[in-house]
Design a protein around this ligand. Structure first.
Ligand code: M6R
Length: 591
């Protein structure tokens, strides 16, 4: 959450790099954005705007900035409202900083700094960092020492970058709990620190990722260089890896949004995941499997529970990471622990994994970003092949996750059929706009399903919630009558996932119970169910869509693509920005 970029250069046009990186980083937070830089007289300047990076860009362009050093930030608010005063960078006596994370002891530090005479202008936890560094400089420390001392006093999680007007040729960065990478431009004319590789696509082709507690200094002298120090202050070399994020990855390629582009990649992603899957982990040697994740990744685990128990006959638990990590879990013997994360930076999943590692148990991570913290800390890693996912709503990554999990328990799959069934939804004649216009007025929505369609219903409901802001609940179809049916009336739409599988008749009777209470239903079924609908399709409150008939094992794929497109079009029908839904950010690096 929050995006960070910083640059030091031999050129004086760094504002272009800062703004273009912030545009790419916007998926990490878009409440406000800002930059701070040293002008040609080495005096610290700052521009901040509330709202999307576009507004900051316009403000920056007006200034015709000439500067060789600067920092930038896109904010996802944690402490303090979305205002210009709370926007980063924060400053104090010529020091400017940007921060990602949460400073847990900021109240205590703030009290001390207020006693020293510092006046705070924001409600953020971040501002204490700038004032703390300034206070150490005032006591006689050089910038680097002041920065180090300050970092040692902070509790919580952070990625921080700082500049100081009296030492205009260095950038300082520190990482604890939030990701940070450093790199140089190919012509070695500029150095960068950023919160992820996406920010630095087109800017740096090789990156070194900081480890927990590292501090980095980027320096300009005769030669451009960066040095990394470990938590004990020892200079250390962190491996440099190619920055694989290409311009293509961070462009919409003609689609009107990243989300639509990414949904349209779902079939290709499935094929790529299948082709590149070369892990020979034999899960049959485990008695139990625990899958731990958050959000959509958790639902991928919930899909896998059905498959693994059915095919491999191994007991599977699926757990929400934020619950698992705080409830003193009892670790089962001979158990495989799998952690699923698209970003690889979700703090709850990362901390849950650390807890398992501390218990001396080996961990397997299923991650999409191979340079992420979870990928680097796990004992074993399966890389999902979704490619860069920018849309805040996770779509193609879910497809890569469920296919990888299916391949863990069943190597002999028919990828052709999976691919065809996804493409049939992508290229079929489904009237998504018409359907979206119907459901968008619903006071709230239900998504129901049985068997493996149930976790897909959960995923479908999450997508509706996060993009359309309509309250939507995913429910096991058989559970509706145990309470939720009380909500049903003529103003409530239910999406019933009822492919023609062994659960079909049961789901149809649960759907009838909803219709008997005047509820409206979108019945999402398959072509082979047409002769078995017993007239439900004739009910005036039912809208039917038919997906391709398929082997029940592969049904989750076409159902997923359908629910993703439905959520996309519903949000669009409501006029929402699908790539930047309100209050959210892509990678959740705070608790
Ligand atoms: O990066 P991760 O897969 O760990 O992220 C987990 C969730 O934050 C994520 O899936 C979130 O729920 C998405 N916005 C869902 O579309």
């Amino acid at each position: 959450m929050c995006g960070i970029i910083a640059t030091l250069s031999y050129n004086d046009n760094i504002s272009n790099d800062l703004v273009s990186a912030l545009e790419r980083l916007e998926y990490r937070g878009y409440d406000s954005a800002g930059i701070a830089y040293l002008d040609n007289d080495f005096s610290l300047q700052r521009i901040r705007t509330v709202g999307k990076v576009q507004l900051l860009k316009a403000a920056v362009e007006k200034k015709h900035i000439k500067s060789h050093i600067g920092i930038g930030h896109t904010r996802w608010a944690t402490h303090g409202k979305v205002t210009e005063l709370n926007a980063h960078p924060h400053t104090a006596d010529g020091v400017a900083i940007v921060h990602n994370g949460i400073i847990e002891n900021y109240q205590e530090l703030k009290k001390r700094l207020v006693n020293e005479g510092y006046i705070f202008e924001s409600e953020t936890d971040t501002e204490v960092i700038a004032k703390l560094i300034a206070s150490h400089i005032k006591s006689g420390e050089k910038f680097f020492e002041a920065f180090k001392k300050s970092i040692n006093e902070l509790a919580g999680t952070f990625a921080i970058v700082a500049i100081y007007e009296k030492e205009p040729n260095i950038l300082l960065g520190a990482k604890k709990g939030s990701p940070m990478a450093v790199g140089l431009s190919p012509d070695k004319q500029s150095g960068y620190i950023a919160s992820d590789a996406v920010a630095l696509s087109t800017l740096a082709d090789e990156l070194a990722y900081l480890e927990e507690g590292d501090i980095v200094i980027v320096k300009k002298g005769d030669q451009f260089l960066y040095e990394i120090f470990d938590p004990n202050g020892r200079r250390i070399r962190r491996k440099s890896v190619p920055n694989k994020v290409s311009l293509n990855d961070v462009s919409k390629n003609g689609y009107e949004s990243f989300m639509l582009k990414e949904i349209f990649e779902e079939a290709t992603v499935a094929r790529k995941t299948y082709t590149r899957f070369n892990y020979d982990l034999d899960i049959s040697k485990f008695d139990n499997i625990s899958i731990i994740a958050c959000g959509t990744s958790y639902y991928a685990g919930a899909v896998a529970k059905y498959w693994i128990e059915d095919i491999a006959k191994i007991h599977v638990d699926v757990e929400i990471a934020s619950e698992f990590r705080y409830r003193n879990p009892v670790f089962a013997k001979n158990s495989l622990y799998i952690f699923i994360s698209q970003s690889g930076e979700t703090i709850d999943t990362l901390c849950a994994m650390r807890l398992v590692k501390e218990a001396g148990i080996k961990t397997l991570a299923l991650v999409n970003v191979e340079t992420s913290s979870i990928a680097r800390e796990a004992d074993f890693v399966i890389k999902t092949e979704a490619g860069v996912e920018i849309g805040v709503a996770s779509t193609k990554a879910f497809v890569a996750q469920i296919l990888s999990l299916l391949m863990l328990c069943c190597r002999n799959i028919d990828i052709e059929t999976i691919e065809l069934s996804i493409n049939a939804v992508l290229n079929g004649n489904y009237d998504f706009t018409g359907l979206a216009n119907k459901i968008k007025h619903s006071r709230s929505l239900f998504y129901i399903g049985r068997g493996v369609s149930y976790p897909i219903a959960l995923e479908g409901a999450l997508k509706i919630k996060e993009l359309s802001y309509i309250s939507a609940e995913g429910y096991p179809a058989g559970e509706i009558k145990h309470g939720p049916i009380a909500i049903i009336d003529e103003n409530i739409y239910t999406m019933a996932l009822a492919p023609y599988d062994k659960y079909f008749d049961k789901t149809i009777s649960n759907t009838q119970e909803i219709l008997a209470r005047n509820g409206k239903v979108l019945l999402i079924t398959t072509n082979d169910a047409k002769n078995f609908l017993h007239g439900i399709d004739q009910n005036e409150n039912v809208e039917c869509v038919f997906l391709p008939a398929n082997n029940p094992l592969y049904l989750p794929f076409s159902l997923t693509t359908f629910t993703h497109l439905l959520a996309y079009y519903t949000a669009k029908a409501k006029g929402h920005d699908v790539d930047k839904p309100r209050n959210l950010a892509k990678s959740v690096t705070v608790e």
